[in-house]
Write a protein that binds this ligand. Structure first.
Ligand code: ZN
Ligand code: ZN
Length: 301
């Protein structure tokens, strides 16, 4: 009997447990939103999100260098099993990023409602902005803030991404909850099955706030870690680049995007372009385990 050689290529180096955000993460997302807007029933909104993402990119480049939490604070957090970036100690520079983005977005092409929200935020004082940020990150979110919070979220994403990309991945550690970001403690928006040397076909959760990714096993619930009652759902006619991973053990779900189906998938943009999939799994009785901060408030309650 002839034996077949097994086509096995062990990874040449160990897979990275953490992938810190790239400096052009928002520019790539802007292009993805533009692409997804083509022939989409929500084209106008997705094009607006492309502009918002581009404004995030510009703000990230423009904000002056600001200090990370100092080494002592990071060590203390590490010893307590906490992430190095603290959501309740927000660098004040996030408000500058917000104001720059609002100015960049303010023009007559905006729908009237969005423009009124934007004008309201432009005249908001620091204490109101801090209150909105605290509500977004820590509070009960009510539907009447659904217009303002995505702008607040976008500016905080810029600031926390700007901090995360300066951290040393070797200083990070896994936290107790698998779906919580090891940099900032925020929940994951979705996961990505990646292409590329050493990370091929590995799955990473993607932080809803700071765009850090961390490796998690495939076919395992990211909320309760059950690996027996997992199923994948997708929209009819989709090419399988975006699926919802549902768990019957805890009745949660989160989406997965696949780079081998489309190398340009983006966990934030592709998530928002597939809201029909959320409706499908919501109706089947599953609850989403992590938010998309650019739509926060719209689906609460
Ligand atoms: Zn994070
Ligand atoms: Zn589960």
């Amino acid at each position: 009997m002839q034996s077949q050689p097994i086509d096995f290529h062990p990874p040449s180096e160990e897979a990275a447990p953490y992938l810190l955000p790239a400096a052009d993460v928002f520019a790539g997302r802007a292009r993805r939103f533009e692409h997804l807007a083509c022939d989409h029933s929500l084209a106008e909104w997705l094009r607006f999100l492309a502009r918002l993402s581009q404004a995030q990119h510009d703000a990230l480049k423009a904000i002056p260098e600001f200090p990370l939490p100092d080494a002592q604070a990071r060590e203390l957090a590490r010893n307590h099993g906490m992430p190095p970036l603290n959501l309740s100690e927000r660098p004040a520079v996030w408000r500058d990023a917000l104001r720059q983005m609002l100015a960049a977005l303010d023009d007559e092409t905006l729908p009237e409602g969005a423009r009124a929200t934007l004008t309201g935020l432009q005249s908001a004082d620091d204490s109101r902005l801090e209150k909105l940020a605290a509500t977004l990150l820590e509070g009960e979110i009510s539907a009447d803030l659904a217009g303002e919070l995505p702008f607040i979220a976008a500016a905080l994403q810029v600031t926390y991404t700007g901090m995360a990309l300066r951290l040393d991945p070797a200083s990070l550690q896994k936290l107790d909850a698998p779906a919580v970001c090891p940099c900032c403690g925020s929940p994951a928006v979705a996961s990505v099955v990646r292409l590329g040397a050493a990370i091929n076909n590995l799955r990473y959760l993607h932080c809803s706030l700071c765009n850090t990714e961390w490796n998690v096993p495939r076919a395992t619930c990211t909320t309760c870690e059950d690996d027996k009652e997992i199923a994948l759902q997708e929209l009819e006619g989709s090419k399988g680049a975006v699926r919802a991973e549902t768990c019957d053990a805890c009745k949660s779900y989160l989406k997965i995007v696949y780079q081998d189906k489309d190398p340009n998938v983006d966990p934030v943009a592709d998530d928002l372009a597939t809201l029909a999939l959320d409706m499908l799994v919501d109706e089947a009785g599953y609850e989403r385990s992590g938010p998309n901060l650019l739509l926060i408030g719209a689906y609460s309650g």
